[in-house]
Write a protein that binds this ligand. Structure first.
Ligand SMILES: Nc1ncnc2c1ncn2[C@@H]1O[C@H](COP(=O)(O)OP(=O)(O)OP(=O)(O)O)[C@@H](O)[C@H]1O
Ligand SMILES: [Mg+2]
Length: 448
């Protein structure tokens, strides 16, 4: 039995329970289908010395539960009358029922609910990053996969994890996060992604960016449950909440000093609830540009103890971790073990630079070239990519040059203006003489 201070919250909970059961059944067609019965009544029960509720209202709720079919939420008319004016849920009256042990028949209604299966796509930034090649990084991926397994492996042992990936610009932090995210998504996990910009678009930017698509798409009743009583403060971060969850009470006035702490706690509460619904990977990228309030949220996520299958992965540029602002504000001392796992991503070894060059240029690079690129880039994949791009362009230019030379010598291109040849090229005012004049079948273009 669960008790609520509000009838609409109780009905919302019943609906979410049914939606979760429906989701479970849809995802596990091989398993025996869950059929959950829910009965809800509103009244003034008695409380015994141990704080347990008893009396007629409790009996009515139990009898409604027993009378429900699997997948049904039955409510007494008292509950319906209290919840209906809020227009969050719809009800179908079922008439009066005689309930065992209750003197008067009770008017009963069924809550109309529908399964809401929401598919969350991989966030676009990660999907784009994941589309490119991935060379090497077996150890880093194993580390990340291990963290995910710790966070979301066996549901009973689920423990949230917070991890930070540091490294030079272009070293491959986002690419690694994308590789992990792809696997998480495939295994039915939820991936949220938010990043910071050098010119922030507002406070809590990564959190807002990560949660807004979720808030926009998740079923309202589920969202309401996940927000809990303290969730109203999140309208500061996620203005969309105000329209998605009507009557969400936020504090009328917030002191600037206390707001970040309340937001951090509420964000933690929401993320824990979201992860308990679907194991969640939250990627917060480019944290070196994060505002202090966003880093406080990461700190809160690292320190909080409520278990949930949640992995928070922060990426930031900070080659010198000894003097890192991100680590200081998240409360991490890299020399001591703590709740936050930390790893610095370094350059690819020469063999993988060679592999990446081969993937990007489409041919095995000579050893000398690999040595030069490795030395110039220190194995930074971004710079390897830039050099490979230049190489491909140069090769292309060389190829085009060769083709043009051949075409000229075959007389297909006017040697003077390099356009396709025709006798008496007036584009460059040359008469077609010399090798071009002997062209067997000139391909004339309108301008030549
Ligand atoms: N292991 C890899 N194999 C192949 N390409 C890679 C690898 N790692 C990174 N790249 C490529 O290198 C480029 C830079 O990678 P990425 O954006 O992940 O770097 P970053 O560390 O996140 O940089 P920044 O600090 O600027 O955000 C991208 O084009 C990415 O696809
Ligand atoms: Mg990045």
């Amino acid at each position: 039995m669960i008790t609520f201070a509000s009838a609409v919250d109780a009905v919302g909970c019943g609906v979410v329970v049914q939606q979760q059961a429906a989701r479970h059944n849809a995802r596990h067609p091989e398993a025996e289908a869950l059929g959950v019965r829910v009965g809800i009544h509103t009244g003034e029960p008695l409380v015994n010395d141990e704080g347990r509720l008893f009396g007629v209202p409790v009996v009515i709720a139990a009898r409604l539960c027993a009378a429900a079919e699997g997948g049904q939420v039955l409510v007494s008319d008292v509950t319906r009358a209290l919840a209906a004016p809020r227009r969050v849920h719809r009800f179908t009256p079922l008439g009066e029922r005689v309930l065992k042990g209750i003197a008067e028949p009770v008017a009963v209604a069924a809550v109309d609910w529908a399964p809401e299966e929401t598919e969350f796509a991989l966030p676009v930034v990660l999907a784009a990053a994941a589309a490119g090649p991935l060379v090497g990084r077996a150890a880093e991926l194993e580390w990340l996969e291990g963290l995910w397994a710790e966070a979301a492996g066996a549901a009973a042992a689920a423990r949230r994890r917070v991890a930070l990936l540091a490294g030079d610009p272009g070293i491959g932090k986002t690419r690694l996060a994308a590789a992990l995210a792809g696997g998480v998504q495939e295994r039915g996990g939820l991936v949220l992604y938010g990043r910071c910009d050098e010119e922030p678009t507002g406070p809590y930017q990564p959190l807002a960016e990560a949660l807004d698509p979720y808030v926009a798409a998740v079923p309202r009743a589920e969202l309401r449950q996940q927000l809990g009583p303290a969730g109203g403060v999140l309208t500061r971060v996620l203005p969309r909440l105000a329209t998605r969850v009507p009557h969400l009470a936020g504090p009328a006035r917030l002191e600037p000093e206390t707001e970040p702490f309340l937001v951090a706690e509420a964000a933690e509460g929401l993320l824990v609830a979201v992860a308990r619904t679907t194991p969640t990977l939250l990627v917060l990228d480019d944290l070196h540009w994060a505002d202090a309030a966003s880093l406080l949220v990461v700190r809160q996520l690292a320190r909080g103890t409520a278990p949930a299958p949640l992995l928070v992965l922060g990426c930031y540029r900070e080659p010198d971790v000894g003097r890192s602002r991100v680590l200081a504000e998240v409360g991490v001392d890299p020399r001591r073990p703590g709740p936050v796992r930390h790893r610095t991503v370094t350059g690819l070894p020469a063999a993988e630079v060679a592999e990446l060059l081969a993937v990007l240029t489409g041919q095995a690079p000579p050893d000398e070239l690999v040595g030069t690129v490795d030395a110039e880039t220190e194995g930074n994949p971004y710079f390897v990519g830039q050099l490979a791009g230049n190489l491909v362009e140069k090769q292309l230019a060389r190829k085009v040059g060769r083709v043009a030379r051949r075409a000229r010598s075959a007389g297909w291109i006017c040697a003077g203006c390099a356009r396709s040849w025709s006798p008496g090229c007036w584009s460059c005012s040359r008469s077609a003489t010399g090798p071009a004049a002997r062209a067997p079948t000139p391909k004339a273009t309108p301008g030549c």
